[in-house]
Design a protein around this ligand. Sequence first.
Ligand code: TXA
Ligand code: MG
Length: 340
Amino acid sequence: MHTKVWKINSTNILDKDIHEAAEMLRAGEVVAFPTETVYGLGADATNESAVRKIFEAKGRPQDNPLIAHVASADQLKELVTFIPDYVYKLMEAFSPGPLTYILPANEYCAQSVKAGLSTIGVRIPSHPVALALLQAAGKPVAAPSANVSGKPSPTSATHVYDDLNGRIAGLIDGGQTGVGLESTVIDCTGEIPVILRPGGITKEQLELETGAVMMDPGLAASSVDRPKAPGMKYKHYAPEVPLYLFTGSSEALKDLADKEKLAGNRVGILVSDQTAEIFAEDTHVHKLGGTIEEIASTLYDGLRFFKQANVDKIICETFTEKGIGQAVMNRLRKAADSII
Ligand code: TXA
Ligand code: MG
């Protein structure tokens, strides 16, 4: 299959290109597009055979439901049977934006979007290209992250192209995404919201709007419970070589890197700008940024980076669990082969 690529500048969105991509979606084809979190792999959420093409292109397990993307709160209402009051408050504060609401579903969307569940995940993305595409399509668009299942999510069109060229009908290149990690997924079927996947909106931010917010116990690093979001049970976000998560001090990490070098191993080191300072010049160090927000936005690119550098393994330091650090550490634990 030929993959048509459109380059679209967010500040100068060309109607012609957006309409061409929207037409492809309406015709039942799969199109990748930028959002403020990561690139999504979109299909008409009301068209069963179109949605199945997403699962095929990604190699995604059939039991993992998709998020329906909509352009407005009115369109969101068309997909669900009930909206609790706290969701209105959260929508006021965070939609459009990186927050996904799990709500009781009606029959509007195709069955495989829900993967057999009675609920559906819905989000209004804030990326101007995503919003323009959704408006032009005039339909809810089911979209998981636009990577091959198991790999790090794509934060640039190049990442999508590397994974899916020839397997999808279209790709809108809108440059780098912003947040760099996926949306926060919250279960809104109970009295208070429950975070099923930490992401772009932090627990602290949510609590400021609604009061108490719970974390799914299945998310705890030590948990034996099953996570409630089907997608969170898989190994995920993994680079192509083994990834080790290092919990010790920066000095201990430097010692380890030196030891590995002496043993003749090619090791890639993923660290913050500050930690990067202490390594010798001949160490393969990739800097993720100086703040936890920068680290979030470059993490997936960092996990993909060492593919070209030809290393045998990657060692990544651990970061703060505050704010978006919670999502950063959640993704790193899922991506890691072991924690040392
Ligand atoms: O930022 C994002 O959310 C990106 C962009 C493209 O919008 N999308 C994304 O989709 O990350 P995906 O499919 O990679 O992750 C969706 C997560 C999975 O863990 C899935 O199991 C969970 O949301 N999910 C979707 N529908 C659900 C439902 N009805 N109940 C529980 N979990 C659900
Ligand atoms: Mg994903």
